[in-house]
Structure formats: C-alpha cells, structure tokens
Design a protein. Structure first.
Length: 265
C-alpha cells in the first residue's frame, strides 16, 4: 500500500474541481502538497483551505502548454521538499464539438495539453522517483478514455492515448517500486463542460445536464486516494455511465447502438 501521510503529493490542475478536492482530501490525510495550475490566486485560495503550514505546501503556478516551464517546476519542488512521492497529472481540457466542425488547431491543442504535456511532466519526474526507488504516478483519464462518445472525438482520442502510454510505463517502472494509477471519472460535478473547447477553440460555456447530476468532486477525490492506498492500476468513478466500460468489453454492438442514439441529428 502507498502511504499518503507524509508524502510529497504534486497535483496539476489543483485550482478547481477534482484537483482541488484531491488536494483538500490529501491534506487531511497528512500529505505535503505541491499545487500547480495557471491561476496563482486560485492556488493560494486552495492552499489556505488546506490549513497546512507554510513548510508543508508549495504553490507552483505552471502552464502545461509551455514545455519550458516543466523542468524548472520539478527543480522548484525538489528545492522545497527534496523528493516527489506522488505526481497526479490532472490538468486537462474537454471538448464539445463535432469532428466536421472542429478546427484542426483545436485537436492539436487538446492533444498537447491532455497527452503530450502529461508525458513531458512524467518524464521530468521519473528520474527523481527512480533515484528514490519509489513513487506513484497518477493521471486523470476518463470513461471517455475507454470508449468513444459524440461531440468529444478529440478529447476521447487524447484520453485513449494516455492509457497506451501509462500501461506501457507501468511495466517499465515496476521494478523501481513505482506504481501507476489511471483514474477514469465519469460524470463528476465540476466545471469541465463549461470550460470545454468549442469548435473554434473558445469555451463551450454550458453545464451539461449529466455533469450537473454527477457525483461530487469530494467523493471522487476519496476514491482516488483509496486507489492510491490499494495500489490499483485503473479505477472507474461515477454512476451508471461506468457500465459503458463493461458494455464495451462484453457487448460492443449494444454500446454502439446506445452511443448512436446520443449523437446529435
């Protein structure tokens, strides 16, 4: 079992949603935190909410779309804490637009943020964990990383890529006592649909009904920490939408018919 108490727990996308909730839950369990996102003022708000002492938390603004910021960020964490025990690659963006209407640069941005930036940060942290001979790597994928759904093709593609990368990495780092957890949320009540990219790259700006009725980010965070403690390889978090994973595996034709009915006419 991986120990959360006393660990140095780095979370990207920590300024809201699942990242914020996981930070608060980890703080309650005794973790020392590194909080990263683009909005420094929101990270400071989360830092205050954790109740941690100054020496137990580092606010580290980071734009994952700027590769030049990644290694200096790793160096800053090591300067503060001297180690990195858990890295939660949680930053990302969703999408709400058809393949036909979506500009190519939108697909490129989604792939850069959701996949390539995650690979870059993971590669930068990996040597640290290998030297320690310990560590835990987490990434937020999605139920959409296990199956496809309409109006999210770019998003689904980026999340599918994460599974291939982290499944391969898991086998490579096992003998270094490094564990890999792929987190697959379904409908979680966050602003992910509001912040999703539209066909032109602007914000979708709407709360999806399914998202609005989803489970809380706090419940999601507790399940993530449970997955860490139990050294799980992959976890699915949500309501009935989680059944889509099993339909894909055992009844793919049925799932395809369900998905077609969801597609806009």
């Amino acid at each position: 079992m991986s120990e959360i108490k006393g660990s140095v727990f780095w979370i990207t996308g920590a300024s809201s949603g699942i990242g914020e909730a996981t930070a608060l839950a980890a703080a309650k369990q005794g973790a020392r935190l590194v909080l990263s996102a683009r909005r420094k003022e929101e990270l400071e708000r989360v830092k205050k909410a954790t109740g941690l002492a100054e020496e137990e938390v580092l606010v580290l603004p980071l734009d994952m779309e700027k590769p030049a910021e990644i290694q200096p960020a790793v160096d800053a964490v090591l300067a503060k804490f001297g180690r990195i025990d858990i890295l939660f690659n949680n930053a990302g963006v969703s999408q709400r637009s058809s393949v036909l209407d979506t500009r190519m640069e939108v697909f490129e941005r989604i792939m850069t943020l959701n996949y390539l930036a995650v690979v870059a940060l993971t590669k930068a942290v990996l040597p640290v964990m290998i030297r320690q001979n310990s560590g835990h790597l987490l990434v937020t994928s999605s139920i959409s990383g296990k199956l496809g759904s309409p109006m999210r093709a770019g998003y689904c593609g980026s999340k599918h890529a994460l599974h291939g990368f982290f499944d391969a990495l898991r086998s490579e780092v096992y003998d270094h006592n490094i564990r890999v957890l792929v987190v697959c949320p379904g409908y979680i009540k966050t602003d992910v649909s509001i912040n999703a990219l539209a066909s032109d790259g602007g914000k979708h700006g709407k709360m999806d009904d399914n998202q609005n009725q989803g489970i809380s980010a706090e419940v999601c965070a507790e399940k993530i920490l449970q997955g860490i403690r139990r050294n799980r390889d992959e976890i699915y978090i949500g309501g009935k939408e989680v059944m889509g994973v099993y339909l894909k595996r055992f009844f793919p034709g049925l799932l395809n018919r369900i998905v077609r009915k969801q597609a806009p006419k």
